[in-house]
Design a protein. Sequence first.
Length: 215
Amino acid sequence: MNVLLDHLPQFREGFLGTLSITTASAALALVLGVVIAGFRVSPIPPLRAFGTAWVTLLRNTPLTLLFLISFFVIPQIFFPGTSPFVLAMMALGCYTSSFVCEAVRSGINTVPLGQAEAARSLGMTFFQTLRLIVLPQATRSVIPPMSSIFIALTKNSAIAGAFSNTELFNVSKLLSDKGFAIGWIFLWIALCYLVITFAISGLFRLLENRLEVAR
């Protein structure tokens, strides 16, 4: 208990850091995932090819390698001086977007094809059909897998601690290097992660229940 009480500011800073990078990366992954899913079901071949390449490349690339590219290649070539937080968010968000894309695409495939055909017969474009007709109906089936994806994102955010970001894993490393009992440190860190993952699970369960009532 003394480990927590004596270093409460560090634990609080690490908790807020993990929460911040998880939230920012989840928002980026959600936006990119929905866009890439739209590309994957698009009638335009170049967009389908781009979406397929995006998912295939990112899902089969180790996340640590993406962090290395984000921190040591992107600042040198494209965006010099970018903060470690933004670079970590880009690595986590792009990686997670490939899983979000596949979840959204699976949800889109559950919508009867006749819905899209009826929309096209009314003169709606593909993107209008996707935004107004297909995606709202696909949301119900997308919610459950999204919960698992964002919980995995929370745990993956620990890698950001090795790249100059203040988060829970970084705090545990600093305290263990100072000679504090590693078992107690990991216990409090695990409890912090449980708080975040339970909150994510509860939020998606609430959304799922509300959509079931709406149905």
